[in-house]
Write a protein of this length. Structure first.
Length: 660
């Protein structure tokens, strides 16, 4: 038996959020598989894994004792990981450094030559190949392990064919159940943890912007239900507050309903987890609905993500997503709306085939189908192993990109003394969308978010659309086309959005940093909302918006009294927008049942608009804020996915006595 003991360091750096850190699931699986299946596991001892961002030299100092170090590379940690590897190799040339993960290119020669500190790269699933590598090292043959690539000492590029995928995933011991994470958590009792969880691996879809399907060869493999039930119980018993499910299509398999039922039962019994996030399956409408309904009823989700991505048929064809039914998403949206389950829709900006008109039409279609909660507009990022990232694809669709620093929405501007910036590659123009049109799309996305999803003008927009037949798209375009000399505040907002879009195209960040407002990065629309509140310019905003919109109403005289109805909608929307330092309840008398009509539209249960005197009770005392920073955090930030920007209210019919 080999007596020489070698030391292994494992690195999976994840971002921290509000003092919480992700459990390093990928490296935990690698170590757990090795310890179970190695021919001689006692040859190695493993250092405690590096699981979060910290000064580079401190990471190097932790790893200096290792003979072999493995890094799991993702877009959010690639640069710091490669810099740690570079410094470590310089300080200890004998160390063997290997990398794996989604950020390792499938065609890695250029990547490996650009990073001579790396001795080997692993491709696709690495549990088997990593174990074989450690078993072989340092003897002859370790460089020929299947599923790896390298630049040999003589300068030759070597690529070894991929290893077969694991078909029985229970061959991988559970790092939750075998004590791996228990030991890590015991070593760091000061930390709060976020769980990463796999119930299956694989994706049958081949969306061009995503590397999920290409990385897993389409076939979906599964962990056993018995194991998953035990892991679900582990999360609850360890009081893991938030669990992120890494599956590409949760709800695709019938047993997924049993999994969420167990999680919901555990929540009811123990209070944990508090949140449970999944990526919905694409075409299984009924199971996706049932899955999210169970989670919503249990209070486990903050909003159901409906990742529609684009409504442009040309773009859907170009990104190989035309085999996914749009009607699936629209039907889910309608059903969730009727059931009072909050949803938000994902749209990707910059997909080849999308135009300015089709992008705006897509926003309009989602609103008309009932999405009044939130559209989350995501800038299209290039992933190294996605089809979209390949040279021939980029050339075919005339795709232009820019490198930008990665910052997190609502994230702090943290810069450690010894750190490197992470970068991403964003699409900023295609054959169908010029650079100017990309800016216009980005700006109108923020404008629609400010007006509609931040609820600042949602009531008059809905009333005008439903009673006058004016499209949401036409109203958003009006705000984009304003004459700044006539509408100075609206023009300033429009120009700010255009400027922020141009900043992204020049390599700036996707979000706007506000040192005075929590010191975090805000979406541009929320930044404007806070700025108008801080500068007390909301009344001026409403006056300009009303002056802009009412002529449009007059041109569509759907019924008598439209000016008065829309005027009431403006008035009550202004009163309902949640603002700091307003603590007293208010009663507002109205001539029409505008609030009932509005709520009926938003909830998918229409209520006729009638001239019916009523009184709206605005319950400001329910959640009063006398601290501006707390208002920024709890209303603007935490309300993002739910669009919870309006004060609670009830609409009451007047009683005859006292006209109350």
């Amino acid at each position: 038996m080999e007596k020489l003991q070698l030391t292994v360091g494992m690195v999976q750096i994840n971002n921290s959020f509000s003092g919480q850190n992700y459990l390093p699931y990928a490296v935990a699986c690698l170590q757990s598989y090795f310890e179970e299946h190695s021919e001689n596991p006692e040859r190695y001892r493993f250092l405690e894994p590096i699981y979060k961002r910290q000064p580079i030299d401190s990471i190097v100092d932790h790893l200096i004792a290792a003979d072999v170090v493995g890094f799991s590379l993702y877009v959010w940690n690639a640069n710091i990981s490669l810099e740690v590897a570079r410094r470590l190799k310089k300080k200890k040339p004998s160390v063997i450094i290997v990398v794996g993960g989604p950020q390792v290119p499938d065609k890695p020669e250029e990547f490996l030559r650009a990073n001579p500190q790396l001795d080997m790269a692993f491709h696709n699933e690495a549990e088997i190949s990593f174990t074989r590598f450690l078993d072989a090292y340092p003897h002859a043959g370790w460089r020929s392990i299947a599923g790896t690539s390298q630049i040999a000492p003589d300068g030759a590029y070597l690529y070894n064919p991929l290893v077969a995928r694991i078909r029985e995933l229970d061959e991988i011991p559970s790092p939750f159940l075998n004590g791996y994470f228990d030991r890590l958590m015991a070593a760091h009792p000061e930390e709060s943890w976020i769980g990463l969880w796999e119930t299956n691996r694989g994706c049958p879809f081949k969306c061009s912007y995503c590397d999920w399907g290409s990385a897993t060869a389409a076939k979906v493999t599964k962990f056993s239900v018995d194991r998953l039930v035990q892991e679900a119980d582990w999360f609850s018993e360890r009081k893991i507050a938030y669990v992120f499910v890494c599956d590409a299509n949760f709800g695709m398999i019938a047993r997924d309903l049993d999994i969420v039922r167990r999680v919901a039962e555990n929540r009811k019994r123990t209070g944990y987890p508090e949140g449970f996030s999944v990526q919905n399956t694409k075409n299984a409408t009924e199971r996706a609905y049932q899955t999210q309904k169970i989670l919503s009823d249990a209070g486990l989700n903050k909003g159901v993500a409906l990742s529609i991505q684009t409504l442009s048929q040309e773009a859907l064809v170009n990104i190989r997503r035309d085999n996914i039914s749009l009607e699936t998403y629209l039907e889910l949206q309608r059903r969730f709306t009727r059931d009072g389950v909050e949803t938000y829709s994902d749209i990707i900006l910059g997909l080849p085939g999308e135009t300015y008109d089709s992008f705006v039409d897509g926003i309009n279609q989602l609103l008309e189908s009932g999405q009044h909660n939130r559209i989350q507009f995501n800038n299209c990022a290039i992933l190294p192993n996605a089809e979209m990232g390949q040279p021939d694809y980029l050339q075919k669709y005339s795709i232009k990109t820019v490198q930008t620093d990665i910052v997190n929405i609502h994230g702090h501007k943290l810069k450690m003394v010894d750190d490197v910036e992470e970068r991403q590659e964003l699409i900023i123009s295609t054959y169908s969308m010029s650079a100017e049109d990309w800016r216009r799309c980005r700006a109108i996305a923020w404008m629609s978010a400010l007006l509609h999803f931040d609820k600042i003008l949602q009531i008059p927009l809905i009333v005008t659309h439903h009673l006058c037949g004016v499209s949401y798209a036409d109203m958003f375009k009006m705000f984009m086309d304003v004459d700044r000399s006539r509408y100075p505040l609206l023009g300033e907002i429009r120009d700010f959005f255009i400027s922020e879009a141009a900043g992204i195209q020049a390599g700036g960040t996707e979000y706007t940093y506000a040192p005075d407002w929590l010191g975090i990065y805000w979406p541009a629309d929320e930044y404007v909302f806070i700025k108008m509140t801080a500068e007390k310019s909301l009344d001026r905003f409403y006056e300009e918006a009303r002056t802009l919109l009412l002529p449009l109403v007059a041109a569509h005289p759907a019924k008598d009294g439209m000016d008065e109805i829309v005027g009431e909608a403006f008035m009550i929307n202004r009163r309902l927008v949640h603002q700091p330092f307003l603590t007293q309840d208010e009663h507002v008398d109205m001539a029409y049942n505008v609030i009932d009509f509005y709520n009926g539209v938003v909830k998918g249960v229409p209520v006729p608009l009638e001239r019916r005197p009523n009184r709206v009770h605005i319950r400001r005392s329910h959640r009063p804020y006398t601290d501006f920073q707390l208002w920024c955090r709890e209303i603007v930030w935490w309300g993002n996915k739910k669009g919870a920007y309006l004060t609670l209210n009830t609409s009451e019919g007047r009683e005859l006595a006292g006209h109350y």
